[in-house]
Design a protein around this ligand. Structure first.
Ligand code: PLP
Length: 365
């Protein structure tokens, strides 16, 4: 445990809650979840599951109905075919990722996680004999960057030369995408099919973060190992949440378009507003619901209280304490001197937050 550092995200949330406890109105733009509610037809499926007595243990790796819904989804959205024994459902994408790494990584193995900054071809040259996994996350948290078809094809070319490297693709923001079309790497390069493990879930697209359902699809041997690990730790994910997730994947998707449009409008609003903040540099994200903003131009400046802002941690502290806006420091994502601003919040909150951030930038000298 001594090797695990407390998360800077939690530090910000704790500080924001402390200030809220003191009666201060904090504008929280730190959330990693949609501010929308879970759609009614999904909630109703859960109520129905309770009334029908679907309240018992299920198969460890997920109900037959949910696995079938996942298989249909992967064929419908991603043009990929899977069998039920290639799917394992867990309590959120996070648990699935944890189990996947736990089940496969041995001392000395290497995992490549590109720094959260557009396409990192440089990281590809980091492949060694010990490399076990390359992790891909597009649309990306925290940058909102999206890999295009061409970029995924280029990455595939490198991976085809290194057959010992498997790929985890975290597709959790698949449906929250604006001007680009979503592709997952196994769809772009079918020769990688056996080496790609797709991780996805219902948290972001269906506003179901609290329900805790995620899944992995890939070659049976590793998926089976993940399921074995799960069988000796948490057992099956919640039976009622599985029924709700089945409805989410099989049911009406009309609301997705509408919600994505709302996120896009918010993105455009945020980008335009924050572009006028002196010292900040904003790029336009193509997906997810975050802006990853460089605060390099702020470094070295002094706050009204005479405190020097030396890095992103100082800047987020300044924003929170002096301007009552909570955002996440880039260092939490392995990238210093950036801040992550979530726009999964109401227009009113976004306006308050942007105005405060702009003021904070203007008032440090
Ligand atoms: N992957 C990414 C990139 C995320 O941003 C998150 C949540 O913030 C997750 C996975 C976790 O998703 P889940 O709620 O399914 O555990």
């Amino acid at each position: 445990m001594s090797l695990i550092k407390p998360s800077p995200t939690i530090a910000i949330t704790d500080a924001a809650n402390k200030l809220k406890g003191e009666g201060k109105k904090i504008c929280v733009l730190a959330a990693g979840e949609p501010d929308f509610d879970t759609p009614d037809h999904i909630k109703n499926a859960a109520v129905q599951a309770i009334n029908e007595g679907k309240t018992k243990y299920t198969a460890v790796d997920g109900t037959r109905e949910l696995k079938e819904a996942i298989i249909k989804k992967l064929e419908r959205d991603n043009e990929l075919k899977y069998e039920p024994n290639q799917i394992c459902v867990g309590s959120g994408a996070k648990q699935v990722l944890f189990n996947l790494f736990m089940a496969t990584i041995n001392p000395g193995d290497e995992v490549i996680i590109p720094a959260p900054y557009w396409v990192s071809y440089i990281d590809m040259s980091k492949i060694t004999k010990k490399t076990k996994w390359l992790v891909i996350n597009s649309p990306n948290n925290p940058t909102g960057a999206v890999y295009t078809h061409n970029e995924l094809r280029d990455i595939s070319k490198v991976l085809l030369e290194h057959s010992h490297v498997n790929i985890v693709t975290d597709d959790i923001y698949e449906h929250i995408i604006y001007d680009e079309k979503f592709f997952t790497i196994a769809q772009v390069e079918p020769k990688l099919y056996d080496r790609v493990f797709i991780v996805n879930g219902v948290s972001k697209a269906y506003a179901m973060t609290g329900w805790r359902i995620g899944y992995v699809a890939g070659k049976n041997d590793i998926v089976k190992a993940i399921s074995t690990l799960q069988s000796q730790s948490t057992s099956n994910p919640n039976s009622i949440a599985q029924a709700a997730a089945t409805e989410a994947l099989n049911g009406d998707h009309g609301f997705l378009k509408e919600r994505t449009e709302t996120f896009k409008n918010r993105r455009d609003f945020m980008v335009e507003k924050l572009s006028s903040a002196p010292g900040l540099s904003v790029s336009v994200p193509q997906g997810a619901f975050y802006l990853f903003v460089s605060c390099e131009g702020i470094l070295g400046k002094k706050t009204k209280n005479g405190k020097v802002i030396n890095n992103d941690l100082d800047f987020t502290e300044y924003l929170l304490e002096d301007y009552l806006v909570a955002v996440v420091p880039g260092v939490a994502f392995g990238m210093e001197n950036f801040i992550r601003i979530s726009y999964a919040a109401s227009h009113e909150q976004l306006e308050i937050g942007c105005n405060s951030i702009i003021k904070a930038c203007q008032e440090c000298l």
